[in-house]
Design a protein. Structure first.
Length: 136
């Protein structure tokens, strides 16, 4: 699947966003290594903290369906430039993606930038950082 095709799936997912407060719709499409696509949109809540970003919606949907290996994700919003994942989404991506996983960032004007998780979140905190080897 091309980056453009994955971005098109993200654009479709964006239309399902539930954003009565910010009115800022975001869509994501996650490609697993078996070629399956899991879409996600942002979902807001009046209390704000229970809200969920499009990227995490797609990732959690994939994990809940048994998919754990990913090739790429596309994220899109109606923004002047490409939209980028928030810090929380980047950390969730670091939990489930390899550092070289492709991340397509886009906007509705058709701009697409290709990057990787490593470039978005260098030196990510991971399970290896929690090892207590050699400590008593």
């Amino acid at each position: 699947m091309t980056g453009k095709e994955l971005m098109d799936a993200a654009v479709k997912a964006r239309e399902r966003a539930y954003v009565p407060y910010s009115k800022f719709k975001v869509g994501a499409a996650l490609l697993d290594r078996q070629g399956r696509v899991f879409s996600g949109c942002n979902i807001e809540n009046a209390a704000y903290s229970p809200s969920n970003c499009a990227e995490r919606t797609a990732i959690f949907k994939a994990i809940s369906e048994g998919s754990t290996k990913f090739s790429a994700i596309a994220v899109v919003a109606d923004s002047p430039d490409v939209v980028t994942p928030c810090g929380v989404c980047r950390q969730v991506m670091a939990e489930f993606f390899d550092p070289d996983t492709v991340v397509y960032l886009g906007n509705l004007a058709g701009k697409i930038v290709e990057t990787t998780l490593e470039k978005l979140l260098p030196d990510a905190f991971s399970a290896k950082d929690m090892r207590m080897e050699g400590r008593h």
